[in-house]
Ligand binder design. Structure first.
Ligand SMILES: Nc1ncnc2c1ncn2[C@@H]1O[C@H](COP(=O)(O)OP(=O)(O)OP(=O)(O)O)[C@@H](O)[C@H]1O
Length: 643
């Protein structure tokens, strides 16, 4: 996730700007915020009036000066204020929770929407867990910025101003004496804060690595178990967790240091107040009530400062989370609609590749200073060793990466006419799967162009284009949900009869009907409870229901037994009828009957033609054909010739 490329695209994440962008998420809920502010102001009444009431009680009521106040009146005012405070706090906390939850849901939605727009390039260089970490962990962290403690910081600041005003109005000399140590706190804050932010970035980056490995290993648990690698995996996890603990401890120690500095500053202020203020009382220059009120306001000045020091780590963490959310939101999808995309209600399915070349570019993390690199671990990011008089603006330090390029296709040109079957053959790694990726625009070509019905494929509205295409892959992903929902995934509002017809044509209806719950049978994650052949046929039914003009098939045969293969083949043949079909062909029967065979080798087209033409040529295709023929059983050859 932490590619230099991503960071390059990051807008200036200086704090002010970050907060401003963050406020855009809060904007739809501004009335909640207004309610929080109004209720917060009401909450102020108790701490602001408390010390004054205390002064009246001590100097006037208990000191028996004749001021007209009775003990009963003072206690009643106190009681009313307390009741109001409890009710207001209850309502305010609820509004604040609602604001936080709503906003987080909004950010998460925006992030998910953005990730859905990304091309395969984005997914190539990222682990699923690492993407999840942004959508789950970072969004959760960002919620803390509207959490009660943090919103209260703003109110605390107002409180500090009021408290300072009252302190100076009670005794400006004492106020100056008690507050002169505040700059020490300020400078500790500016210098420790930047370090907390850096450490916090490392915490989140390490969590992303943990999440990446964890999701990968949990999905591949069968492999972990079958190779007895549980202990090794646990050790890797421990190593990652230990590093996470180290980074977290750094933030905690720094934050704790700031907290204790603010505590010491607060204690010093109180000590000065009692010693100097006490002397003033003894000299008769200050009343006891004023000293107590002064001390009360001093508490209300240092209290927020201390609270801020404690909550600061949460703020810094949340800011880092927000930085990381914007890093993803700022990545422009590289495959997107043209400015004025052409609608494509129907197409003929005429596809032409013109001199297409493509290179995979993968960004890989590397070590700094050529040190040996451990991909599981994020090294601590340290700020420059400087002294800061004002809080510095910092950007996340990009982790070093290197770009690995691999040329996958070079100068590919061919023409597929509407309704033709194009078989792609060639050795492993020749570029067959890469080639078909450009038709639904999973990637865009680097050089050359792909034309559909005579227009560059990039000119069409992507949504319309993808409506015309169905993809059936070897390892078809079915989502959790019912069998019916899976077949109707591309057309959820299709008439029930159409769904059944698609299943029948895909040779799936029979086995579905045998199940107790039929089409309402719920499938597990990735359809794990289905056999390879059943999954394949459901995927074919899903494609058939879509009724696409263009079909992309990666034939699966290896995992199927003879009976399933026959059923799948039959279903595929029905699916291919009257559509332009690109098939990565593994079965000779498909290849032999294809209208055009493209034999690929090492990213280039070695030869094209029909079966007979290519056999006559005696090149790569003939070699592949003979190799496959030799590997076939006589019964298979017979079946192929008959089909
Ligand atoms: N996402 C990717 N990132 C980087 N390189 C890739 C990626 N996908 C494929 N490649 C590389 O591109 C080349 C072509 O791969 P491709 O999957 O298109 O081959 P193929 O002919 O479909 O192979 P097979 O028949 O084994 O599936 C290979 O060298 C492969 O390593």
């Amino acid at each position: 996730m932490e590619n230099a490329g991503d960071f390059k695209k990051t807008l200036d994440p200086a704090n002010k700007r970050l907060v401003r962008r963050y406020l855009q998420f809060v904007k739809p809920y501004r009335y909640y915020l207004l309610a929080i502010v109004i209720l917060g102001l009401l909450q102020f009444i108790v701490p602001l009036t408390g010390p004054w009431l205390m002064k009246i009680m001590i100097d006037d009521v208990l000191g028996q000066a004749d001021s007209g106040w009775s003990l009963g009146q003072i206690v009643t005012i106190f009681a009313s204020l307390y009741v109001m405070s409890v009710i207001v706090t209850f309502i305010r906390n609820n509004v604040m929770s609602r604001l936080g939850s709503r906003m987080v849901a909004g950010i998460r939605r925006q992030l998910y929407e953005h990730i859905q727009k990304m091309s395969q390039r984005f997914y190539d260089s990222r682990q699923v867990g690492s993407i999840l970490s942004r959508v789950i962990n970072d969004v959760n962290g960002a919620q803390n910025l509207v959490g009660s403690n943090v919103i209260n910081v703003a109110f605390d600041l107002i409180m500090v101003v009021f408290a300072a005003f009252f302190l100076f109005s009670l005794s400006w000399k004492l106020a100056l004496l008690s507050l002169w140590i505040l700059p020490i706190y300020y400078l500790s804050f500016t210098n420790l804060n930047v370090r907390i932010r850096f450490a916090s970035r490392s915490v989140n980056r390490q969590m992303e690595r943990i999440s990446g490995v964890l999701v990968e290993r949990i999905s591949g648990m069968k492999i972990v178990q079958s190779f007895n690698r549980e202990q090794t995996e646990l050790e890797r996890f421990d190593k990652q967790s230990d590093q996470h603990v180290n980074h977290s401890m750094s933030t905690q120690i720094l934050s704790n240091t700031l907290g204790r500095i603010s505590q010491t500053v607060g204690y010093s202020g109180t000590l000065i107040t009692w010693s100097v203020g006490g002397a003033l009382v003894l000299k008769g220059e200050l009343s006891i009530g004023s000293l107590i009120a002064f001390n009360g306001f001093l508490g209300q000045l240092y209290g927020p400062i201390q609270r801020f020091a404690e909550v600061n780590v949460t703020i810094q963490n949340a800011m880092t989370n927000i930085e990381r959310i914007f890093e993803v939101l700022d990545i422009e999808p590289d495959v997107k609609n043209a400015d004025n995309p052409l609608p494509l209600p129907v197409c003929r399915g005429d596809i032409r590749f013109d001199n297409v070349s493509f290179t995979y570019e993968t960004e890989l993390p590397v070590s700094k200073n050529g040190k040996s690199f451990d991909p599981d671990i994020v090294e601590r990011q340290k700020p420059p060793k400087s002294f800061y008089w004002i809080p510095p603006k910092t950007k996340p330090d990009p982790l070093p990466t290197t770009t690995e390029s691999r040329i996958a296709l070079e100068n590919i040109s061919f023409h597929a006419k509407p309704g033709q079957v194009i078989a792609l053959v060639g050795p492993s790694g020749a570029g067959k799967s890469t080639l078909i990726n450009f038709i639904p625009r999973f990637y865009d070509v680097d050089e050359g162009a792909v034309y559909l019905d005579g227009r560059n494929i990039k000119d069409y509205d992507m949504h319309d284009l993808r409506k015309q295409i169905a993809v059936v892959l070897q390892d078809n992903i079915l989502f959790s949900g019912t069998v019916y929902e899976n077949i109707a995934y591309g057309r959820p509002d299709a008439p029930v009869q159409d769904v059944y017809e698609a299943a029948k044509a895909a040779n799936a209806h029979e086995f579905i009907s045998k199940w107790e719950k039929g089409y309402d049978t719920v499938m597990g994650e990735r359809g794990v409870r289905l056999s390879g052949g059943q999954k394949q046929r459901l995927a074919i039914a899903r494609a058939l229901l879509k009724d696409p003009r263009i079909l992309i098939l990666d034939e699966a045969t290896s995992a199927l037994d003879a009976e399933s293969e026959e059923l799948v083949t039959e279903a595929l043949n029905r699916l291919m009828k009257n559509r332009t079909t690109f098939v990565i062909a593994h079965r000779l029967a498909t290849v032999v009957r294809a209208d055009q065979i493209i034999a690929m080798d090492n990213g280039r087209i070695a030869e094209t033609g029909t079966h007979e033409q290519l056999l006559r040529k005696g090149g790569l295709y003939k070699e592949l054909y003979e190799k496959q023929l030799k590997a076939m059983r006589p019964t298979e050859i017979k079946q192929m010739l008959l089909s």
